[in-house]
Design a protein. Sequence first.
Length: 402
Amino acid sequence: MTFDAYLYDHVRTPRGKGKKDGKLHQASPVWLLRTLLQALQQRQKLDTSLVDDLVIGCVTPVGEQGADIARTAVLDAGWAQNVAGVTQSRFCASGLESINLAAAKVASGFERLVVAGGVESMSRWPMGSDGGAWAMDPRINNALAFIPQGVSADLIATLEGFSRGDVDAFAVQSHQRAAAARAAGHFKKSIVPVHDIAGLLLLDQDETIRPATTLESLAKLEPSFLMMGQMGFDATALRKYTTVERIHHVHHAGNSSGIVDGASLMLVGSKAGGDAAGLKPRARIRAAAVIGSEPTIMLTGPTPACQKALKQAGMSAADIDLWEINEAFATVPMKTARDLGIDLGRVNVNGGAIAMGHPLGATGCLILGTLLDELERRNLSTGCATLCVGAGMGIATIIERV
């Protein structure tokens, strides 16, 4: 027997610039999770002893983010001792993977209430701090034709015919949409301000949105991945993609996802679990899927992941009201929308990671929560969140309001 998995609530921190002068730099990753866990408990008047597990995604689980930060955060937040905790990594998909794992736990009947999400403090633990054979082992690099993600994004732009002007225009729109959404208060439902241990406010809104971004300002930025390509990674890509004469390097800091700190959590449960805790469901998970894709180009996984999830749900792309396609690089949502025949007017309607940043382990949960809030605001029914994933994977989750 299987059970429906419902989404009961979503909370997130603001996203802070992922550098030492960022406003969340002094907040440890455990502190970010503690802040959200306590807010979730207070918002829902939640008896935390009813929660079975905390599932946390973290892409760089080292130092303060290591040693099963999920269990540490549960205890630090003062939650009931019986609440377990587990930390996992599916690279950039980790936050959404947490939701899907929680939903599977609930659907199986093994557990009734699970909190799931992710955290990443990129100012304190830079991307790649954990090493790993994928990037660090020369034998693996050669055998699997590894190239950095930025070069992969430029390869996609070359294959798809996306010009520098095309990707810059998408980036400008991301900032414009995010700025408009923030000004209109669209993020307030889920954002939890972060204070320091003395109670002083650190940050209460996303820090990296730049409303003044223009095509002219972006045109001044040099391509970020040209030198990497010249170091030999272009040649690696061209050996596999033989129809390409040369890679056009169009991505830079302004049309790629920002490096930020942040955390996000969602309360997932069965109907019985929600009833026992006095909770009202907001949506249910219709389908969830992961896939493996070609690892050199790496970033094309969202399309087959979405197709797999849509097939599970008995739906087509036209049945989805709103989409969240993570803006790891501008080409990712642009290509995914083209592949699925989606109007970009229904994609990332409140902006995305180009404007607000990509706190690796938290992003998947964060964009699903943003999607849920926007479906409610617009009184729409169905949404799909999807991300490209390092080493060539994709993930997608379809939700339906109840």
